[in-house]
Write a protein that binds this ligand. Structure first.
Ligand SMILES: [Zn+2]
Length: 340
């Protein structure tokens, strides 16, 4: 089969890879219907993550079940399925509490590489959720977003306790931040402040439910959020970048007693203890337990209640994946969908 391999920073190629096979009786193999490039794929692409190469790329996926292992009972060949970027048994104590991304048996899907024609999915019964019927192309885009960026934005909004009567601020205008806005809106937030300085992303932020746009960053951005909230700060703040600046901007934009949901993959973030002690804010985040939300998100997408697939602003065939990485790296695209 064909699949994306990263050989070195900036060097991504589509090559022949061995077809995946059932390795454990709890595995499934799916034919990938659509894949995509994640903002977090840009860290190794830019050489900012020390990882061993060459490596297969991709951890977001939707597709059709082609083979199942002998112990898989909840899926059939031909089912259209969605899974998250962490495979989980969905039965351990941590999973039952809704934290499947921390499952005691978890397998990071990035190691297996979903930017490919086929994908082995471990712990298939726990990981994969069946979509009723055959989704349309538009629904497939939405379901692919649910696999990571929507599920992650949703978790961030839940962790930030976005809801009726709340003012939510969103730091980061990448795919996760934008879908955090959609999630906050869907959860009933009253006012949503998007922090963005890119006209096209501001437009999408408004379409997803943002009521205010703040272009300033850092201390100026915090001051602007305070101005919009009677000097108090937002009740709920979503952090979707993962840098020192964005994390501090999120914490400082939150009122005392408020909640920060942080989902940007943390890179060298160090929190100052004294400031944290003085802030009185709740912090919750990390790798999103997307699996917890998939049934609900699938229902919202298939019923047309939400359209998260709008976040994909460039669609390319798998063979042009290198151009997709370039476009995201140069910020010519927010989120690239790869067709198969
Ligand atoms: Zn588990």
């Amino acid at each position: 089969m064909r699949g994306v391999i990263m050989h070195a920073p900036g060097d991504v190629r589509v090559e022949e890879r061995p077809d995946p096979v059932i390795e454990k009786p709890t595995d499934a193999v799916i034919r990938v219907a659509a894949a995509c490039i994640c903002g977090s794929d840009l860290w190794p692409y830019r050489g900012e993550d020390a990882i061993k190469r060459p490596i297969p790329m991709g951890h977001e996926y939707v597709g059709v079940v082609e083979q199942i292992g002998d112990d898989v009972s909840g899926l059939s060949v031909g089912d259209f399925v969605v899974g998250s970027f962490i495979a989980s048994d969905n039965t351990c104590e941590i999973c039952r509490d809704g934290y499947q991304s921390h499952c005691v048996d978890r397998v990071p899907m990035g190691r297996l590489g979903s930017q490919a024609e086929r994908l082995r999915v471990p712990l298939a019964d726990g990981t994969l959720v069946v979509v009723p019927g055959q989704p349309t192309d538009d629904q497939i885009r939405g379901l692919l977003a649910a696999s990571d960026v929507l599920g992650t934005g949703w978790f961030a909004a839940v962790a930030a306790q976005a809801g009726p009567g709340k003012t939510v601020a969103v730091v980061g205008d990448g795919a996760v931040g934008l879908l955090g806005i959609l999630s906050a809106k869907q959860l009933g937030a009253e006012r949503i402040i998007a922090m963005s300085r890119h006209a096209d992303r501001q437009a999408l932020a408004r379409r997803f439910g943002a009521t205010d746009i703040v272009e300033e960053r850092g201390a100026d951005g915090v001051a602007r959020v305070k101005e919009l909230t009677d000097g108090l700060g937002a009740h709920s703040v979503i952090e979707a970048v993962g840098t020192q600046e964005s994390m501090m901007q999120a914490i400082r934009s939150t009122r005392a007693g408020g909640h920060v949901g942080y989902v940007g993959v943390s890179h060298d973030v160090e929190l100052p203890g004294a400031e944290l002690f003085g802030s009185g804010v709740h912090l919750h985040g990390g790798p999103a337990p997307v699996r917890q939300y998939l049934p609900e998100l699938i229902e919202l997408i298939m019923s047309g209640a939400i359209d998260p697939g709008a976040v994909f602003d460039l669609t390319l065939p798998l063979d042009d994946a290198a151009e997709g990485y370039r476009a995201m790296d140069e910020r010519r695209a927010t989120k690239v969908l790869l067709t198969l």
